[in-house]
Structures are given as structure tokens and as C-alpha cells.
Design a protein. Structure first.
Length: 268
């Protein structure tokens, strides 16, 4: 399979929300990384896939940040590597400084630099980035200590969608059978509310103000239930936290009165 076809297919999968493990998608012939990061947030891009000959101390892995983003950190946890970020965050690098000395271990057991692990870079996506956009110009390159390029690759960074939320109903508050659902989501996102059985309750489009609302097209069954909202825009989606509900009211919107644990009366 040619590189252009691989890039096209993997890009479509990334936009569809498919998580690709670095290095495995290409059969190990290129450096690779993918991530989905929400507007105005930071996220981790993990680089892997090196399958070449072992490289010694002084070899360097560089990630060039995608358009409009910045590298803000190199939070590696292993030893033997030193991370750094260029002024302005245009690139981030890891330099292999050599495996730590361990006289009690045989030399052949020392880890091979750049193989069999992932190298995380922290990226910041601007708040005005459009969800579903695949950010261009993300590049990866691995050089040996002499500066010779040993392997290249690309990374796919897709702008994610912030999770929607419920303002109404409130979790656990008794409801009538057709309560008005209200919440917030990214402007223009399609919001669908579903019950615990994944059945659609209602759907709507988020207003420019970021507020959405809808009313169930059918009466909710009496008793306890669970609701969750899913927002979708430009091929990416996000889900809200689930809320528990208790339906006790009638289908015409009238409220019943029930006793609380202290002997008082509650109305919906």
C-alpha cells in the first residue's frame, strides 16, 4: 500500500473517531502518532513506531507542532531521555542520553533506544479551533547523533468536541413523563438524548448561544431511568455524564405530589 493511500485512509479513520495505536497502523515502517484534542485544551500525542537499527546517545526525536497549535511539554517518565520545548512551542524534542549504568544487569538486557515504547508530547489547541478539523503540518523525524535522518513520519491531530451537559432535569429529581430537557453544547452541534437502553428520547441542534433544549416525543415510562446526551459535529462526537431520573408525573405535563422522607410534600 502506498504512503499516500495510507495517509488518506488513516486520516479518515481519525476524523471518524477511531483510535489508532502509534506504529501499528503502518506495520512499523514509519513513525506515527494520533490524538483528538478539544478546543482550548491540552492533550497528549504519543509517538511510536520506530523499527530501525538501534541508535545511540545523542539521537533526537522531534515533533513539529501542527498548524495553530503549540508544544507545551515533554512529560516522559522513563530514564535516559531528556525532553525540551523550543521557544514559542513550534517543536518539542526528546534526546537519548544513554541507558543508565546497571552493573548488576547484563549489557544485552538494556533497553534499545526509541523501540518498544511511546514518547508523549503535550499539545495545546486554540479555543477557536473548529471541531472535526484535522490540523495540518504535524511532522515527526528521528535523527542519529550525527544529525542524519533515520526515520520520518506524520501525526494526525483532530480537533475534538467538548462534551455536552444537562442543566435540566436535575439528577434524581422527580419528573413528569415528558419533561423539557435543557443543556449546553458546542454551538451548531446536533444533540441527541438517549435512555439507558440507547433509545432516542429527543434530538435538537445547539443554538449559537451554546444552549440546547428538546422535549421527549413519547412519554417516559414511570419509575427510575437514566439519560445521556451525545453531541455530534463535523464527524466528531462527545457524550455527557449520565443522569438518573425518577418519572412519577402524568403524560400531559401535570405534576403529582409525593411525600419526602421528612413527611413534607414535593411537587414537580
Amino acid at each position: 500500500m502506498s504512503r499516500s493511500w495510507k495517509t488518506t485512509i488513516l486520516g479518515l479513520l481519525a476524523v471518524a473517531g477511531v483510535v489508532i495505536t502509534p506504529g501499528t497502523a503502518h506495520g512499523g515502517d514509519d513513525l506515527w502518532a494520533s490524538a483528538t484534542i478539544e478546543p482550548g485544551r491540552e492533550g497528549i500525542v504519543e509517538v511510536g513506531g520506530y523499527a530501525g537499527t538501534p541508535l545511540g546517545a545523542g539521537s533526537v526525536l522531534t515533533l513539529t507542532a501542527p498548524s495553530t497549535t503549540t508544544v507545551t511539554g515533554t512529560p516522559i517518565t522513563g530514564t535516559g531521555y531528556r525532553g525540551s520545548v523550543a521557544p514559542g512551542g513550534s517543536t518539542g524534542t526528546y534526546t537519548f542520553e544513554g541507558a543508565p549504568a546497571a552493573a548488576e544487569e547484563p549489557q544485552e538486557s538494556a533497553p534499545v533506544a526509541w523501540k518498544d515504547r511511546k514518547y508523549p508530547f503535550l499539545l495545546s489547541v486554540p479555543a477557536d479551533a473548529e471541531p472535526g478539523t484535522r490540523l495540518p503540518d504535524c511532522a515527526l523525524v528521528l535523527r542519529d547523533a550525527d544529525g542524519t535522518v533515520r526515520q520520518k513520519g506524520t501525526c494526525t491531530v483532530t480537533v475534538g468536541l467538548p462534551a455536552p451537559s444537562f442543566s435540566r432535569p436535575h439528577s434524581g429529581v422527580p419528573l413528569n413523563a415528558r419533561p423539557k430537557m435543557v443543556g449546553t453544547a458546542y454551538p451548531g452541534a446536533q444533540v441527541t438524548v438517549r435512555d439507558a437502553g440507547e433509545e432516542e428520547i429527543c434530538a435538537t441542534t445547539t443554538a449559537p448561544s451554546g444552549v440546547w433544549w428538546c422535549t421527549p416525543g413519547r412519554a417516559l415510562p414511570p419509575g427510575t431511568g437514566r439519560l445521556q446526551a451525545t453531541a455530534t459535529l463535523n464527524g466528531v462526537s462527545a457524550t455527557s455524564e449520565q443522569i438518573d431520573i425518577l418519572v412519577t408525573g402524568s403524560t400531559d405535563g401535570r405534576t403529582d405530589t409525593v411525600s419526602d422522607s421528612a413527611g413534607g410534600r414535593l411537587q414537580r
